[in-house]
Design a protein around this ligand. Structure first.
Ligand SMILES: [Zn+2]
Ligand SMILES: [Zn+2]
Length: 301
């Protein structure tokens, strides 16, 4: 087997046919990290992970060049909801996700904070209580990465202050199991100027939360304008963020150990497009091969 790249770069890959299919899909696109759904993300139906699935997944992972796996929780889950039946259902589903990940040996579940619906402060408190309940119920080697959101509607977690507040509201003993994931498209939509002032964004995150708590990055360009709260992903370098911020991210030594996952459009051909995006990002990481070869500015006639 060709030696896998020693970065932690990859994509969200399909688990159709079972979670054990995912590592090979990661290999097919040249990934060294993958993100998966451990169940159908837009259905409440809970799936059980059988012993055979666990063994198959672990074997497939060991045989692959994949060095890091994260899961993403279901879109239906709203741990901040004022509606008690929905919140309870969400707690059950999120706990189920934590159990599946612990069983599979997936260390992190990327989770969108909930929608508060009625009152922001109440919603944040409900959200924190629910995370605490789930983490307490499922002890052990699995944690949560709170993902910064685009801030559409009543979505919590679109500011660094709110992400920190959510973690701070958890019992001290559980906080070590809660870290963070940032998505470049969400940051951009939420009003953080990643396109032209990326370093300031990192400085603000470092001040509010701490860069050492950043464990995962979702690398997506955006179709929406900054501050639009529109969560529309675009191919890397081809959207309103543009190539330069991604170049900087790929070369930033502070982010070298952060898992980097693309969630860019798959255009009906995930292998082709995901491969293309990962190649592009790795070219950014390498930088120009030879500065002398950078084309000279051509004088305007
Ligand atoms: Zn997400
Ligand atoms: Zn994301």
């Amino acid at each position: 087997m060709k030696r896998a790249p020693d970065d932690l770069l990859g994509a969200h890959v399909s688990t159709q046919g079972g979670v054990a299919e995912a590592p090979a899909r990661g290999n097919a696109i040249g990934a060294s990290a993958i993100q998966v759904f451990t169940k159908t993300p837009n259905q409440w139906r809970e799936s059980m992970v059988r012993d055979a699935d666990v063994a198959a997944f672990r074997a497939a992972l060991a045989a692959s060049g994949i060095r890091a796996v994260v899961s993403h929780d279901s879109y239906l889950i709203n741990l901040a909801s004022p509606d008690q039946p929905l919140r309870e259902r969400s707690i059950a589903a999120f706990s189920g996700e934590l159990v599946r990940c612990r069983t599979l040996g997936i260390p992190w579940v990327v989770s969108h904070p909930g929608n508060y619906i009625d009152d922001r402060a109440e919603g944040l408190a409900r959200n924190a209580r629910a995370y605490a309940q789930c983490l307490t119920a499922v002890a052990g080697e699995v944690g949560v990465l709170l993902e910064g959101t685009a801030g559409a509607g009543t979505a919590l977690g679109s500011t660094f202050e709110e992400l920190r507040a959510l973690r701070d509201a958890l019992p001290a003993g559980l906080q070590a199991r809660v870290e963070f994931c940032l998505d470049t498209a969400h940051l951009h939509a939420a009003g953080y100027d990643v396109a032209t002032a990326l370093e300031e964004v990192w400085e603000r995150f470092d001040r509010e939360v701490g860069l050492t708590h950043l464990k995962c990055l979702h690398l997506n360009d955006s179709k929406g304008a900054t501050g639009s709260h529109l969560d529309r992903h675009q191919w890397i370098g081809e959207g309103t963020i543009g190539p330069e911020p991604f170049r900087r991210i790929m070369r930033d030594p502070r982010l070298a150990s952060v898992i980097k996952i693309i969630e860019t459009p798959k255009g009906g051909d995930p292998v082709r497009h995901d491969r293309r995006m990962l190649r592009r990002l790795r070219a950014y990481a390498r930088g120009p091969r030879n500065n002398a070869r950078v084309p000279q500015t051509v004088g305007r006639a």
